[in-house]
Design a protein around this ligand. Structure first.
Ligand code: ARG
Length: 466
């Protein structure tokens, strides 16, 4: 048999791929990071082949030793990767062949199509847990800021206009909720990933008597009670990239949350708000304007979210319109997935670092929240308690606001006579409404920013983030 440059599939070829083709089609430059998963998959596959007696236990042990040695070399940075061998799978298989004769039997009843599908599912299970941990770290940093500023009140905003007073902690807890859902989404993606494609072969399984459940179990593709979970359709198993898309989608949505959090922080750091100062370590200066301290980390968090959305879009477009089953296009799924994982992980760490050094400017917060207009809605509620229908009350308070504007006084500085001319239901106690702490303590319902509820949420988050 003629020796071909392509030892794995070169049998029916009389010429080797062009150098340009090799450069064009290689994926080892980016899929080599799958090596630990690829090797775990190969070890489980070899163990299964021995169990069903397609290879001997001696051959299995030789394969295992060879693969362990290769992994050690890879981890030590001593492994020579070759683009001529296309991808991570063939690089490892060829290296094994050089060491162990039994390597020639390893690919029995397996294709790179079910192999890459398996590698990626193992990767997703790892990546969802790892990214979840990083998000957890950012949540803990946010909780610490909330705790050390428990008593701080700020205006909450709608339309970027001051709306109603809230505890700063309540605002931070809103971020915690968003991030908590991100973690839940990632764990749902890990659950989706938890099905073993090995045994699907290239497209139509194999004629050989393999034991798919055994391999799945060895690789940890099991349900809560330890029962193996194997994919149910060999064509779907090699063509499907749903998990890739779900992972990228979870990262993209996490990115959108980061972007909104970053935007709030950028506003808070501006001289116009001045609610907080961000740590020097996560800001940069201007090469021209000596006075500048710019919130670059937050701006990059906002910017990276575009990239995370782009990766999701890449994957959706990549898969759309592909005929079943595997097509080489699918090799392009990996740069997008890995980039989403790397960038999202980095972002989570940067958010944690930025928040850990955040200093709340209490005086500016107190001044901003002192605006009595923030309690205009409470004044309408006051009228409601006096029996006025809400629409009428809303209208009356609107007129009071207009009057205060006309007289150029703060809302609570109007006289009782002033407000009585607007509506007879305003009693002598009307201006008691403007006590901030009383106003907040009336917000007792679940999810509201009253002090009792904020205390409850502190307890809940401390438990969730312990
Ligand atoms: N490097 C390939 C990929 O990432 C592995 C699967 C190759 N399969 C094939 N039939 N060429 O998609």
């Amino acid at each position: 048999m003629a020796k071909k440059a392509q030892a794995t599939w070169g049998g029916r070829f009389s010429a080797s791929p062009a150098d340009l083709m090799l450069r064009f089609s290689e994926s080892v430059s980016f899929d080599r990071r799958l090596a630990p998963f690829d090797i775990a998959g190969s070890k489980a596959h070899a163990a299964m082949l021995a169990k069903v007696r397609l290879i001997t236990t001696k051959e299995r042990d030789a394969i295992h030793r060879g693969l362990d040695a290769i992994l050690a070399e890879i981890k030590a940075g001593k492994f020579t990767w070759s683009t001529a061998l296309e991808d991570v799978h063939m690089n490892i298989e060829q290296a094994l062949t050089k060491r162990v004769p039994a390597a020639a039997r390893l690919h029995t009843a397996r294709s790179r199509n079910d192999q890459i599908a398996t590698d990626m599912r193992l990767f997703f299970k790892y990546a969802c847990a790892a990214l979840g941990e990083k998000i957890f770290g950012a949540q803990r940093a946010l909780l610490a800021v909330a705790e050390s500023n428990r008593d701080v009140l700020i205006p909450g905003y709608t339309h970027l206009q001051r709306a109603q007073p809230v505890f700063l902690a309540h605002h931070l807890f809103a971020w915690l909720e968003m991030l908590e859902r991100d973690r839940q989404r990632l764990s749902a993606v890990a659950t989706q990933a938890n099905w073993c494609p090995l045994g699907s072969g290239a497209i139509a399984g194999t004629t050989l008597p393999i034991d798919r459940e055994y391999t799945a179990k060895l690789l940890g593709f099991v349900d809560a009670s330890g029962r193996p979970q194997v994919t149910q359709n060999s064509m779907d198993a090699v063509a499907d990239r749903d998990v890739h898309i779900e992972f990228a989608s979870a990262c993209a949505l996490f990115g959108v949350h980061l972007s909104r959090i970053a935007e709030d922080l950028i506003l808070w750091m501006s001289s116009e708000f001045a609610f907080a100062d961000l740590p020097d370590a996560f800001c940069t200066g201007s090469s021209l304007m000596p006075q500048k301290k710019n919130p670059d980390a937050c701006e990059l968090l906002r910017g990276k979210s575009a990239r995370l959305q782009g990766n999701l879009h890449t994957l959706l477009t990549l898969v759309k319109g592909l005929p079943l089953t595997y097509n080489r296009d699918l090799q392009e799924d990996k740069p997008a997935v890995f980039d989403s994982f790397d960038q999202a992980s980095l972002c989570a760490e940067v958010l944690a670092g930025t928040v850990a050094g955040l200093k709340v400017k209490r005086a500016a917060c107190a001044a901003a929240v002192a605006d009595p207009a923030l309690l205009a809605t409470d004044l309408a509620d006051y009228l409601v308690i006096q029996g006025v229908p809400f629409r009428e009350a809303h209208h009356a308070v609107g007129a009071v606001v207009r009057l205060a504007e006309k007289k150029q006084v703060p809302l609570n500085r109007l006289t009782h006579v002033d407000v009585q001319t607007v509506h007879a239901a305003f009693g002598a106690d009307w201006s008691k409404v403007f006590d901030l702490h009383t106003a907040l303590s009336k917000r007792t319902g679940t999810g509201m920013p009253g002090p009792q509820q904020v205390t409850r949420q502190f307890a809940r988050w401390k438990k969730l983030l312990a």
